[in-house]
Design a protein around this ligand. Structure first.
Ligand code: ADP
Ligand code: ZN
Ligand code: ZN
Length: 733
C-alpha cells in the first residue's frame, strides 16, 4: 500500500530544489496521485507550504522523522505522469529547478485562477400571471426569452433599461427563474466560414506521406503562399477524425490574426485559442476545457506546447525559424525541443513549417533526422514578386542623400496613382549601433568573431561583444579612405516624416512597438489597412509576418543593412529571413508585386540570395561559414549573464567566475570561453549587465558542472546579483 509521497516544495530557492518525503494520512490515501498539489508543514516552524507530488512509494526507507501531508488543494492532479517525465528532462536540459519546470507546465494564471466563474443567471419561468400581464413585465418576458440564461439580474437591468425591482417581482411570482450557472470565459466569437479546399497533388502527397511515414519529425519548406496552412488544416482534420488532439503553434498570436481567423473559420468552437493576453479566468477555462477533453485542437504561442491534451497526435510549429519559440525567462526552453520530447513521450507527429527554415533545422533535414518536403510555387497560381536591389552608395554618388532611393520614390508615386497599397519595412531588431562607410559600404567587424563591432560614443571605441576586443575609432574608412563613415540609426517615425514631405497627400499608418502597446491596437491598424483606409503602412519586423493584403503591390525595405550588421552570428540568416518574409507580403492578390530592397551591401550573399528567392543557395553558403567559425549547428553556445545594480561588485564577481571557469574550460580542447564582457545592452532598468560566452561541444554533464560552479561562487552575493544561464540562446544581447 502506498503511504509516502515525494514532494517538491513551491519555493524559488535553489537550495530546496530536491524531493522531500511526507507521509500520506489515510483519509487522503486514494485521493493523492502524481501531480497533486498539497499543503505540507515545512522547516523548523512547520510553516504551511505548497508542494507538488512527484513520486509515491510504500516504504519511507531510512528516513526516521517524517511529517504528514496536511491537505489536498485541488479536485484533480495538475500534471500527469507524462508531464513529470517532461519536467525532469527540462530540469536537466535547461539547468532549471523542478519548480520552474512545473510552473511552465501549469502557468501561474492556472493555479491562481483555479475557480470556475459562477453567476446567478436569469431564465424563462412560468407564463405571466394575470396580475403581471402588463408592461413592463411583458417586455421583460420577451427579452429574457431571447437571451435565456445569458444575463444576471443587474446586467439585464442596465443592458435593456428594466428596473431591478420589476425583475424581482417577476422572480417572486415564478415568471422568471434565477439559477447559479458556470459562465464560460473563453472566446466564443463566431468567425467567417473558411471552407475546405481540394488539395493540389503536391499538397496531397505531403499530407499522405506525413500520415503514413514511420518518421515523426517533418519540415515543410514552402515559399510564402505555397499552401502550408492548408496542409496543416487537413492534418488537423485527420487527427479529429481519428480522435486525436493537435496543437498549432504560431510565433506570436496577436501578430497572426489571419491564422486564427482561418482555423476558427474551419473548425469553429472546436478549437481553443491560447495566448498571453488572456485573463487568468479565461486561461483557466480554456485549460480546463482541454484537460476535460472537450476540445481537441488548440492554437497558441509557445506556451501552448504545454497544454494538457491526452492522446496528442500532432504538433505544428509554423514559421519555425522565429526566435520567439525560445523562451526568454527561466526555464529558457526551446519550443522545438519540447515538441521533440513530447513527440517521443506521446509518439505523435511534429510538423515544422517555414518559407525560410532555420539553418539548424535544415541541417538536420539534410542529415535525414527530419523528413523534408519542399513546395516551390504559390498554391493559388500567383506569381512570386520581383525583388530589385538598390545600391545606396550609387544614390550618394548621384547626390541623393534622402533615405529613399529614386527607384523607391518613383515606385511609391506609381502605386499611389494606381490606388494600390504600399508597405515600407524597417528591418530593425531592437536597436543597432554598427559603423559603416556610406561611400563603399565597408562595415567595421571583429576578425576573430566575424560580427560587427559596436560603437561606444563615450569612449569613442569600437568593441566586439563576443570576445571583448576593443579598438580606437578613427573616422575614416580603412577600405576607401572616405570620411563619410557613420553609425547607422533611423526609426519608423523618421520614415513617416520623410514620406509626408515627398507625398503630402498619402495616408500613412505606422506599426511598431510604440503604436501597438495597447491591447487591440495591432488589430485596429491591421483592419484599417485591410479596409484601404491608408495607402502606406510603415513598420518594423512586426509587419513581416503572416499578413495577407490583396491590394499591396509594393514593398520597400528601407535598409537591409540594419539586420545584416547586428552583432550576432545569425545576422545573415535573419536578414535572409526578413527580406523573404516581407517580400511575401507583396502581390498576394491577382496583381503582381514588386519589392525594392535598399542596401549598402548589394554584394552580400544573404541579400543576393533573398532577392533571387533561392533558399538552398543561401543555406549552402551560410552552413560553410558556420562550419568555419564553429558556430551552431557545429557547436553549442552557453551564455552566462549576470546583472547587478552595483557595477563594481558585478565586475569583481563575474571576473572571479570567469577565471575559475576558464580553468575548467582549458581542460577541454573543443571548448572556448569568451569574456567576461559587458553585454551589448550594458544596462537595463538600472541593472548593469555582463556576460561570459562558452562555445563548443557542450555536453549536459559539462553544463551541469558549470552551473554548480557558478551557483557555488555566487551563493554569498545571491541577493544582489542575478545569474542567468542560457543554452543556445537566440541572441546574445
Ligand atoms: P502558406 O501557409 O504557405 O503561406 P496558404 O495555405 O496560406 O499558404 O495558401 C496561400 C493561398 O492559397 C491562400 O489564399 C489559400 O486559400 C490558397 N490555397 C491553398 N491551398 C489551395 C488549394 N489547394 N486550392 C486553392 N487554393 C489554395
Ligand atoms: Zn569606404
Ligand atoms: Zn570578437
Amino acid at each position: 500500500m502506498i503511504k509516502y509521497a515525494a514532494i517538491i516544495i513551491n519555493s524559488t530557492s535553489v537550495a530546496l530544489d530536491r524531493m522531500f518525503t511526507y507521509a500520506i494520512p489515510s483519509e487522503l490515501n486514494d485521493k493523492i496521485s502524481i501531480g497533486s498539489r498539497v499543503l505540507v508543514p515545512f522547516g523548523k516552524g512547520n510553516k504551511k507550504n505548497e508542494g507538488f507530488v512527484v513520486d509515491l512509494f510504500d516504504s519511507k526507507g531510512s528516513i526516521n522523522k517524517i511529517k504528514d501531508i496536511i491537505s489536498l488543494c485541488d479536485a484533480f492532479p495538475l500534471f500527469t505522469e507524462e508531464d513529470l517525465t517532461l519536467i525532469k528532462i527540462m530540469r536537466e536540459k535547461y539547468l532549471c529547478t523542478y519548480i520552474e519546470a512545473i510552473k511552465v507546465i501549469i502557468p501561474v494564471g492556472i493555479v491562481d485562477g483555479m475557480k470556475l466563474k459562477k453567476e446567478n443567471l436569469i431564465f424563462v419561468g412560468n407564463p405571466l400571471t394575470d396580475k403581471l400581464n402588463r408592461e413592463p413585465f411583458i417586455s421583460i418576458c420577451k427579452t429574457v426569452a431571447l437571451y435565456n440564461g445569458q444575463y444576471n439580474k443587474n446586467k439585464l437591468g442596465t443592458e435593456f433599461g428594466f428596473s431591478t425591482s420589476s425583475i424581482s417581482t417577476m422572480l417572486r411570482h415564478g415568471c422568471l427563474i434565477q439559477r447559479e450557472e458556470t459562465v464560460n470565459r473563453y472566446n466564443s466569437r463566431t468567425y467567417l466560414d473558411y471552407s475546405e479546399k481540394e488539395l493540389n497533388p503536391k499538397q496531397k502527397e505531403i499530407v499522405g506521406k506525413i500520415l503514413d511515414s514511420k518518421k515523426n519529425m517533418f519540415l515543410i519548406h514552402g515559399v510564402t503562399g505555397s499552401g502550408k496552412t492548408e496542409i496543416y488544416m487537413h492534418l488537423v482534420s485527420e487527427m479529429i477524425r481519428t480522435n486525436k488532439s493537435s496543437i498549432i503553434l504560431v510565433p506570436e498570436i496577436s501578430l497572426t490574426p489571419q491564422m486564427v481567423e482561418r482555423f476558427k473559420g474551419r473548425f469553429g468552437n472546436e478549437i481553443s485559442v491560447f495566448h498571453s493576453k488572456l485573463s487568468k479566468g479565461e486561461r483557466f477555462d480554456e485549460w480546463l476545457r482541454i484537460k476535460e477533453g472537450k476540445v481537441k485542437v488548440a492554437i497558441g504561442a509557445r506556451s501552448a506546447i504545454f497544454l494538457p491534451f491526452d492522446n496528442l497526435g500532432l504538433i505544428i510549429i509554423d514559421e519555425e525559424h522565429e526566435g520567439t519559440y525560445k523562451s526568454d525567462s527561466d526555464p529558457k526552453y526551446n519550443t522545438k525541443e519540447i515538441a521533440e520530447i513530447k513527440c517521443r513521450i506521446f509518439d505523435c507527429k511534429v510538423v515544422l513549417g517555414s518559407a525560410t527554415p532555420s539553418i539548424e533545422s535544415y541541417f538536420r533535414a539534410e542529415k535525414g533526422e527530419i523528413e523534408l518536403f519542399t513546395l516551390e510555387n504559390r498554391a493559388d497560381g500567383a506569381e512570386m514578386p520581383e525583388i530589385q536591389l538598390v545600391d545606396m552608395r550609387e544614390e550618394l554618388k548621384n547626390d541623393n542623400r534622402s533615405i529613399f532611393s529614386m527607384k523607391l520614390l518613383n515606385s511609391i508615386e506609381d502605386r499611389l496613382f494606381k490606388k494600390e497599397q504600399i508597405i515600407l519595412f524597417l528591418n530593425r531588431r531592437g536597436f543597432s549601433t554598427f559603423v559603416s562607410c556610406r561611400k563603399c559600404g565597408y562595415v567595421f567587424k571583429c576578425e576573430s568573431c566575424d560580427i560587427s563591432l559596436t560603437y561606444h560614443s563615450h569612449s569613442n571605441m569600437l568593441t566586439c561583444h563576443y570576445c571583448g576586443k576593443k579598438e580606437n575609432f578613427n573616422k575614416s574608412c580603412p577600405s576607401c579612405g572616405s570620411k563619410y563613415v557613420k553609425y547607422f540609426g533611423i526609426g519608423t517615425e523618421r520614415i513617416e516624416e520623410e514620406i509626408k514631405k515627398h507625398f503630402p497627400l498619402a495616408r500613412t499608418l505606422r506599426m511598431d512597438f510604440d503604436t501597438t502597446r495597447k491591447k487591440d491596437s495591432y488589430e485596429n491598424i491591421y483592419n484599417q489597412f485591410k479596409q484601404n483606409k491608408a495607402d502606406i503602412l510603415i513598420g518594423t519586423q512586426m509587419i513581416a509576418k503572416g499578413l495577407d493584403f490583396k491590394n499591396v503591390t509594393l514593398v520597400g525595405v528601407i535598409a537591409a543593412d540594419l539586420s545584416l550588421n547586428l552583432p550576432d552570428f545569425r545576422a545573415s540568416e535573419r536578414t535572409f529571413q526578413l527580406i523573404t518574409q516581407v517580400s511575401g507580403r507583396a502581390g498576394r492578390g491577382n496583381k503582381k508585386g514588386n519589392v525594392v530592397v535598399q542596401t549598402y551591401s548589394p554584394d552580400n550573399y544573404s541579400i543576393i540570395c533573398a532577392s533571387e528567392n533561392d533558399y538552398t543557395k543561401f543555406y549552402k553558403q551560410e552552413i560553410e561559414i558556420r562550419k568555419l567559425m564553429v558556430y551552431p549547428p557545429f557547436s553549442d553556445i552557453l551564455s552566462i549573464n549576470m546583472s547587478c545594480e552595483d557595477e563594481n561588485l558585478l565586475i569583481k564577481c563575474i571576473q572571479n567566475v570567469g577565471i575559475i571557469l576558464k580553468n575548467n574550460v582549458d581542460k577541454c580542447d573543443k571548448i572556448n570561453l569568451l569574456g567576461p564582457n559587458p553585454c551589448l545592452i550594458s544596462k537595463i532598468k538600472d541593472l548593469y549587465r555582463w556576460q561570459i560566452i562558452i562555445k563548443g561541444e557542450i555536453t549536459m554533464d559539462f553544463a551541469k558542472d558549470i552551473r554548480k560552479t557558478i551557483y557555488d561562487l555566487t551563493k554569498d552575493v545571491y541577493n544582489n546579483i542575478r545569474v542567468s544561464i542560457d543554452i543556445n540562446p537566440t541572441s546574445l544581447f
